[in-house]
Design a protein around this ligand. Sequence first.
Ligand SMILES: C[S@@+](CC[C@H](N)C(=O)[O-])C[C@H]1O[C@@H](n2cnc3c(N)ncnc32)[C@H](O)[C@@H]1O
Length: 509
Amino acid sequence: MAKHKPLSILRRGAGEHKKRQTAQHAKQTKAQKRQHLSLADEDGDTPRPAGKSYGASSMNAHARKKQCGPGDATQNTSRLLAGAWQPVSVVDRQAAWAVAQLLRADMSGRGGASIKSLTLGPSIQAKKATYAVTCQTLKLLPVLKQLLEGCTLLQQNPGLASETAYVLMYEVLFGEGCRLRGPAEKAILAVRDDLSRLLDTMKAEAGVEDVEALLGAELQHRHKQQQPRSARVNTLKMSVPQALAWLRSPPPEHSAFAPKSKSSCMPAHALDPGPDWEVVDACAAPGNKTTHVAALMEGQGRVLAFDRDAKRLARLKANARAAAATNIEARVADFLSLPLATDALYSGSGTVRSRMDHLLPSFGQESRLGDAHASAQPQSVNQEQLKQQATAEEAGIDEAASQSVAQPRNERIERLARFQEAAVRHALQLPALKRLVYSTCSIHEQENEAVMAAVLPEAKRLGFRLIDPFPAWHRRGVPGTVEDADKLVRVDPDADQTDGFFIAVLERS
Ligand SMILES: C[S@@+](CC[C@H](N)C(=O)[O-])C[C@H]1O[C@@H](n2cnc3c(N)ncnc32)[C@H](O)[C@@H]1O
């Protein structure tokens, strides 16, 4: 089990830091240009005079200023987007951008891209460092907010957005400092001593020594809850006994190990394909399940992988090559226009731990199974309507979500559920279909049991029945929501310590 790391990990390792700095110096100018291209919301650096220095009078722990109320993050996000001061370091600039996107989406209650997709995406440089700074800034956000509210930093520096301030305050107080200095860094550095004093006062008032203790018990507990790490052995490259032997020797660094959540390996086993099977993965990219299925088929038979997103399909192809899965044929296609079987689309609500959503301020404020059942009893819908309404863009998580227009969560889940239902109905029409696995990494009943309840009558007419892929598994579909709910498999992200998942298997005898 991965243990919670002490505050010292707020500093990146020396090697990583050196690598990052060298790369930064070498690529700074080019990187700045590229960043402006790739981070479309950034409006370029608009250098302004450095902020004034602050005397102790502008920092008051006891009479903290309330100018930064809950509404300010949105305003300040616009400031960030409208050409406010950008951090000079590409890592800090990317982190400030990611924090702005995440807080904006979180406050609006709309779905959005995950921390990982924003900080580890293809256009991001120094991904690990950007991810680390973003996570640590979010983790300490309550403290950073309090510090910011205790001073007039934003008021004195109209060019400084709060998200930039959070990231740079994190860097200056807990991270690696700011070696590269533009107006934003100078503004923060000018008040560094005052911020430190204010932090000391906050700790003294709370009677704690560690900054994390300022976060309160609930938040600390939330951060400590980490899922056990798991990996899937690519049996096309190494057998499981070999892998176990490997794990007993020094750290496993082998392409046969793919870090994966345990539950994400369940759908392929639920399908349980034979070597001579022909399998269709309808919404396949980036190919996690596809490559797993291909391995379970021992590199034989044929796995047809479809995805309507050409870029994501290119990633699938690269992943298939890396996995030595030569039995995968990948094509760009819209599944709803193809007479083929389906994997599934899902909101990804079960992967909040993997997505690191617990670092966001609103985490835990909504009911997890929530509104799904009450508001979304399965309704039969016209197939053509479904095709029109259920656009795939909303269905892909992460990258796709970050590009799509944000929608209220419930609306998005409803649209996903409609697409999912359409996809299953479509797959059921395949005359040669023997077994269908419907799986989502969502915990919403609307996308899971409700979809099954909607399609089951038609599935039964076509000769399918629900079967139980894992009789020994302990967590089942929500009782009373669908016939044979006890044959459905659920994985709970908290109780089962892996990503949330839902799996239903329909088989024709
Ligand atoms: C969540 S991802 C799938 C993850 C994949 N099953 C895996 O295990 O790696 C959803 C994918 O469905 C694709 N998609 C959405 N609508 C589609 C459609 N109508 N036809 C084919 N692919 C679609 C998206 O482009 C996205 O890549």
